[in-house]
Design a protein around this ligand. Structure first.
Ligand code: HEC
Length: 181
């Protein structure tokens, strides 16, 4: 059920980037430009990095910018972010959520942008990517939390099956909790 509700929040998968709809717990609008205008377009179908160093670079360059997302940031329902969070779901994961799957395929990945009290200034990310077709109780997911500091990405937590992340996310469908619930 949760996955089905979440799927309503996701942008259509047919290359159409129009929002389908979103929950009522809407946060402040967030700059959606993804950086400077001369930034090269990101391919949303490129695999989510599975190595921590690559993932850090991917976050800093907003490699997830073209992933299906909600139209705006939303008020967080968990420990992430201060005033707002915005979830980006790799097309593989978005399709799986859309289908209402309780298990997602390898390569499914999500990035949650975290915003400060003003609701628009991003200060970091929480992210996850599934490393194989079996979750193995969350051990087969790479978990990562990082903050931006002076234009640099600093990793706070990173690793497979992180005990800090897994127990809470175990409540979701295959460790994806969803936003705007
Ligand atoms: C106390 C519970 C809790 C813990 C612990 C937690 N999360 Fe989350 N997480 C959430 C909730 C709730 C959401 C849904 C978004 C929201 O409402 O903020 C979420 C969303 C996410 C998302 C977006 C994909 C999804 O599941 O919807 C990622 C990625 C994520 N968290 C990564 C992490 C990482 C990495 C850690 C460990 C460093 C972690 N989380 C620890 C509760 C938690």
């Amino acid at each position: 059920m949760r996955a089905r509700r979440l799927s309503l929040l996701l942008v259509g998968l047919s290359g159409c980037l129009q929002p389908i709809g979103f929950g009522t717990k809407q946060g402040a609008p967030v700059d959606d430009t993804g950086g400077s205008s001369d930034e090269p377009a990101k391919d949303p179908n490129a695999p989510v990095p599975t190595k921590i160093a690559d993932f850090v670079e991917f976050l800093g360059s907003r490699g997830y910018a073209a992933y299906p997302t909600t139209p705006t940031a939303l008020v967080p329902t968990g420990p992430h972010g201060v005033a707002a969070v915005r979830g980006y779901y790799h097309p593989t994961l978005a399709a799986s959520l859309e289908a209402g799957n309780l298990e997602h395929p390898a390569g499914a990945g999500a990035v949650l942008e975290l915003f400060k009290a003003d609701g628009v200034t991003r200060f970091g990310w929480a992210a996850s990517v599934k490393l194989g077709d079996f979750s193995d109780l969350g051990l087969n997911w790479l978990w990562l939390e990082a903050i931006e500091s002076n234009g640099e990405v600093k990793v706070l937590e990173a690793g497979e099956g992180l005990g800090l992340c897994v127990p809470c996310h175990a409540a979701g469908d295959d460790f994806i909790l969803g936003i705007g619930r």
